[in-house]
Design a protein around this ligand. Structure first.
Ligand SMILES: NC(=O)c1ccc[n+]([C@@H]2O[C@H](COP(=O)([O-])OP(=O)(O)OC[C@H]3O[C@@H](n4cnc5c(N)ncnc54)[C@H](O)[C@@H]3O)[C@@H](O)[C@H]2O)c1
Length: 351
C-alpha cells in the first residue's frame, strides 16, 4: 500500500483530498496544526492524523513515505500581508525543507500545490502559460514562487517533483472557505440576494473546482514520472478563465433566485488570464465543473443546512481570532487552565 503524506491536510483542499486518497486505497498521514479544527477529517483505519507544525518536521516523518503532497500554507493574500514573516516561513522555507528531507529519506515523489496568483498582473491581451514571465504582487504569491524555484531543482531520476499552479479554487469542503471568489458570491446571493463583486469587474481570474484540483493530485500519483518530473502545470480550464464581472453574471443566471451585484473594494490590481492547454494535452485531463456548477452546489448546501458561514470560513478573520485568544488565554492561564472548570467537575453542569 502506497503511503502519502499530506501537509495542510485539515484545510480547504486537504479535507477534500484526504478522503479521496483513502477511497483509492492509499495509506495517508495527515499533518496539520489543525488551526481550523480537528473535525474536518473523518477517522479511517488507513489514516494517521498528526498535529504537528510543518516548520518542525524531521527525517522520521518521511521514513516510510512514498509521496508528499505539500499543501501547507498561510493561504491567501490578506493573511500573507498581515503575517508576512510567518508566511515566508511556512509557505516557502518549511516546504523547501520538507522536499529536501523527503528526498534525503528516499521518498519517490513530491507535489507542490502552488497558485496561478504568481502571474499577478498581466496585460489584458496576454494569456500566460507555464513558461511565461511571472509577476507575483503579494507576499503570498512571492512565497509560492520562491518555493517553486527552490523545490524544482531537487528533481532527479529518483525524486519526482511537480508544481501545480492552481487557479482560484471553489466548491464545498469540510473546511469551508467563503473568502474565495465563487464561494463568496454564492453565499452573498443566498444570504441577501446580492453578489459581492470586487471593482472593476474587468480583471481576469481563472477558477477551478476543489474536486477537479484534488483529482489532478490523485492523477499525478498514477502518472509516469517522465511526463511530470520537473514540470509545472497550470490547473484549471480555459472555459473557467473569467473576467469577474462576467463570472458574477454567470453565477446570477445559474441560481434559482433574482440577484443583484454589489460592488466593493478599490480596483483589484491582480489580473491574469491563464492557458491550461499543457495539462489537457500532456495528461489528457479535463476539468469537470464550471464555476456556475460550483456556485449552485454551494447555494443548495446553504439552503439545506449542510454548509454554514462561521468565522472559521474567512481565513484572515479566523487567524486574527486565534492570535487574539492566544494572547488572552496566556494572560489568564494559571496552574495549567482557566477557572480549572474541568477539574472542579462543574463543566458538565454548564452545558
Ligand atoms: N484555495 C485556493 O483557492 C487556492 C488556490 C491556489 C493555491 N492554493 C494553495 O493550496 C494550498 C491549500 O490551500 P487551502 O485553500 O486548502 O488553505 P487552508 O488555509 O484551508 O489550508 C491550509 C492548512 O495548513 C495548515 N497550516 C498552516 N500553517 C501550518 C503549519 N505551520 N504547520 C502545519 N499546518 C499548518 C492550516 O491549519 C490549514 O489546515 C495552499 O498552499 C494554497 O496556497 C489554494
Amino acid at each position: 500500500m502506497q503511503h502519502v503524506l499530506v501537509t495542510g491536510a485539515g484545510g480547504y483542499i486537504g479535507s477534500v483530498l484526504v478522503p479521496k486518497l483513502l477511497d483509492r486505497g492509499y495509506r495517508v498521514t495527515a499533518i496539520d496544526r489543525f488551526y481550523f479544527g480537528l473535525d474536518k477529517l473523518v477517522p479511517h483505519s488507513n489514516l494517521t492524523m498528526l498535529q504537528e507544525d510543518c516548520r518542525h518536521l524531521t527525517e522520521e516523518h518521511f521514513s516510510t513515505v512514498d509521496v508528499v503532497i505539500d499543501l501547507v500554507a498561510i493561504s491567501n493574500d490578506p493573511s500573507g500581508e498581515m503575517f508576512k514573516e510567518v508566511t515566508y516561513e511556512i509557505n516557502h522555507s518549511a516546504r523547501v525543507r520538507a522536499a529536501t528531507l523527503a528526498k534525503k529519506m528516499g521518498v519517490r515523489q513530491y507535489i507542490l500545490p502552488s497558485s496561478c496568483s504568481i502571474y499577478g498582473f498581466q496585460d489584458r491581451e496576454v494569456i500566460v502559460d507555464e513558461v511565461a514571465n511571472t509577476n507575483p504582487l503579494t507576499v503570498y504569491a512571492k512565497a509560492n514562487e520562491k518555493a517553486e524555484q527552490d523545490v524544482l531543482p531537487l528533481a532527479d531520476n529518483y525524486f519526482s517533483v511537480t508544481v501545480l499552479r492552481q487557479a482560484t479554487v471553489y466548491g464545498p469542503s469540510p473546511r469551508m472557505r467563503f473568502d474565495l471568489a465563487v464561494n463568496g458570491m454564492a453565499f452573498g446571493a443566498w444570504e441577501k440576494g446580492v453578489i459581492p463583486l470586487m471593482r472593476d469587474g474587468s480583471q481576469w481570474r481563472p477558477m477551478v473546482h476543489v474536486e477537479d484540483t484534488t483529482d489532478v493530485m490523485c492523477l499525478l500519483l498514477e502518472t509516469d514520472p517522465e511526463l511530470i518530473n520537473g514540470e509545472i502545470f497550470n490547473v484549471g480550464s480555459n472555459r473557467n478563465n473569467y473576467q469577474l464581472g462576467e463570472l458574477a453574471q454567470e453565477i446570477a443566471t445559474a441560481l434559482p433566485i433574482e440577484v443583484k451585484v454589489d460592488w466593493y473594494g478599490e480596483p483589484d490590481h491582480r489580473s491574469y488570464r491563464v492557458d491550461f492547454g499543457k495539462i489537457e494535452e500532456r495528461l489528457g485531463w479535463k476539468a469537470k465543473y464550471t464555476a456556475a456548477d460550483g456556485a449552485l452546489q454551494i447555494y443548495k448546501a446553504l439552503e439545506n443546512g449542510t454548509l454554514e458561514k462561521t468565522e472559521q470560513t474567512i481565513t484572515l478573520n479566523w487567524y486574527k481570532q486565534l492570535v487574539k485568544w492566544e494572547r488572552i488565554v496566556k494572560q489568564v492561564d494559571k496552574y495549567g487552565g482557566i477557572l480549572e472548570i474541568e477539574k472542579a467537575g462543574s463543566f458538565a453542569s454548564m452545558q
